[in-house]
Ligand binder design. Structure first.
Ligand code: HPA
Length: 267
């Protein structure tokens, strides 16, 4: 399947992107900064799942950003949409087969760390997988990666340090912390937020972890960002809507876009 997808993409582009970008809910703006050479609807790509959530546009963009050849997904696949873990992570397999070695990934997330506030950008330093599933379950394809991938450093310390230097130069405040993934689509109860905070998570979301696991399986370097779109403090919890999540993500997005672009430039 990967070979067929890549063969198709090769008919549309001769680019050899070294950087892959996956953008989260309300965070697609980085795409505007890419000098696009080729834009392909997911629906056209053999074996690619099709995006169902309205807030995602569903396009693969190949072009240059900060002088680097990049491939970006505008819109990603979520487990809660009913896709299998294999489908959710398929684009990361394809990116690697195209030559991508570095993956930049973003998401909208609820923040539980009381020192964070709405609109903050957090560098993901580590994650907790509470999806109850794993994209590597099943026979291992040894040509893609090892049976038991090491997860001692899923998010590259080197890239985290680079992002921190960039943020300092651009005067953008960055938080750092642990991302926990749940399936959704429900938001969490107060008791769940309290639990997630207790087990060591700073923010919670419904994506990213599957893609990162597959990236690590394939020895890719990962840099992950969460935008804290809502404050999930159990004793002061207010209802949150998708509209609010998107509005806050859109507001914080220019800062994130600036940081991600400059990181790519300095890679
Ligand atoms: N929980 C899970 N996912 C989210 C949240 C949340 O509170 N906010 C944005 N994505």
């Amino acid at each position: 399947m990967i070979d067929e997808t890549v063969s198709f993409l090769r008919t549309r582009t001769a680019a050899r992107p070294a950087v892959g970008i996956i953008l989260g809910t309300g965070l697609g703006g980085l795409v505007k900064e890419i000098a696009a050479e080729t834009v392909i609807d997911y629906a056209e790509i053999p074996h690619f799942p099709v995006s169902t959530v309205e807030s995602h546009k569903g396009k693969l963009i190949v072009g240059t950003l900060g002088g680097k050849s990049v491939v970006a997904m505008q819109g990603r696949f979520h487990y809660y949409e009913g896709y299998t873990m294999g489908q959710v992570t398929y684009p990361v397999r394809v990116m690697k087969a195209l030559g991508v070695e570095t993956l930049l990934i973003s998401n909208a997330a609820g923040g539980m760390n009381p020192l964070f506030s709405k609109g903050d950008i957090m560098l993901i330093t580590d994650h907790i997988n509470l999806l109850g599933d794993n994209p590597l379950i099943g026979p291992n394809e040894d040509t893609l990666g090892p049976r038991f991938p090491d997860m001692s450093e899923p998010y590259s310390r080197e890239l985290i340090a680079l992002a921190e230097r960039v943020a300092l130069d651009l005067k953008v405040r960055l938080q750092k912390g642990v991302f926990v993934a749940l399936t959704g689509p429900t938001m969490e109860t107060r008791a769940e937020y309290r639990f997630l905070r207790t087990i060591g998570a700073d923010v919670v979301g419904m994506s990213t972890v599957p893609e990162v696991i597959v990236a690590v399986h394939q020895s890719m370097r990962v840099l992950g960002f969460s935008i804290m779109t809502d404050e999930c403090f159990p004793d002061a919890l207010k209802p949150v809507s998708l509209q609010e999540v998107i509005a806050v993500a859109n507001q914080a997005e220019p800062k994130l876009t600036a940081v991600m672009k400059e990181v790519v430039t300095r890679l």
